[in-house]
Design a protein around this ligand. Structure first.
Ligand code: NI
Length: 185
């Protein structure tokens, strides 16, 4: 089932989320619906607040780069280097992230902030501890789009949006657009 995606201006996007203590059939149904909603909207990540729930649950699905000759994106997963396609779609609760490395700018967008894209500076790499629905834990060390996406999605679990993290000059440029979004959400 496709769920409505909460939009900028909705206070549900600004709350620190509670951890998920118990995974049951309702959680699994929610995950299936979140994946369907994300795919339908052509997104690569969706956090629970974006469907109106303040719990620490995230789904990510980064499609493979289809350009010929491109090396597949790799990550170290539980100590083993593998293509990230092997762990997609990625579903986790209660993540712990440790970003590291130099900050770099990359253009981000968000399904909850319509029609706005902006450069955001974040560390290039992430070490992440990602508890799975079955109770196991994925330990990931990665860079690239996955590191970027993990940081963006985990921000959602703390009530942050990418537009909070743009430069002050960019904030000025975005202010009008954001005000409009907040009024019309
Ligand atoms: Ni987002």
């Amino acid at each position: 089932m496709i769920l409505p995606i909460t939009q900028y201006g909705n206070s549900v996007l600004r709350v620190k989320c509670a951890s998920v203590e118990q995974v049951d059939d309702t959680t699994k149904e929610l995950v299936a619906n979140m994946l369907e909603t994300m795919h339908d909207a052509n997104g690569i990540g969706l956090a629970a607040p974006q469907v109106g729930l303040n719990i620490q649950l995230v789904v990510i699905d980064i499609p493979e780069d289809e350009e010929e000759g491109e090396e597949p994106e790799m990550a170290t997963v539980n100590g083993e280097l593998k293509p990230i396609r092997d762990i997609m779609p990625l579903v986790f609760v209660n993540p712990t992230l440790e970003p590291y490395g130099k900050q770099y700018l990359f253009t981000e967008g968000c399904l909850s902030v319509r029609n706005i894209r902006a450069n955001v500076a974040r560390p290039e790499f992430v070490k992440a501890s990602l508890p799975q629905l079955d109770g196991s834990v994925l330990e990931i060390d990665c860079g690239g789009l996955l590191a970027r996406c993990l940081q963006h999605e985990c921000d959602h679990l703390n009530g942050f949006l990418f537009v909070d993290r743009v430069s002050s000059a960019a904030k000025l440029t975005l202010a009008k657009k954001l005000k409009k979004l907040a009024q019309g959400y």
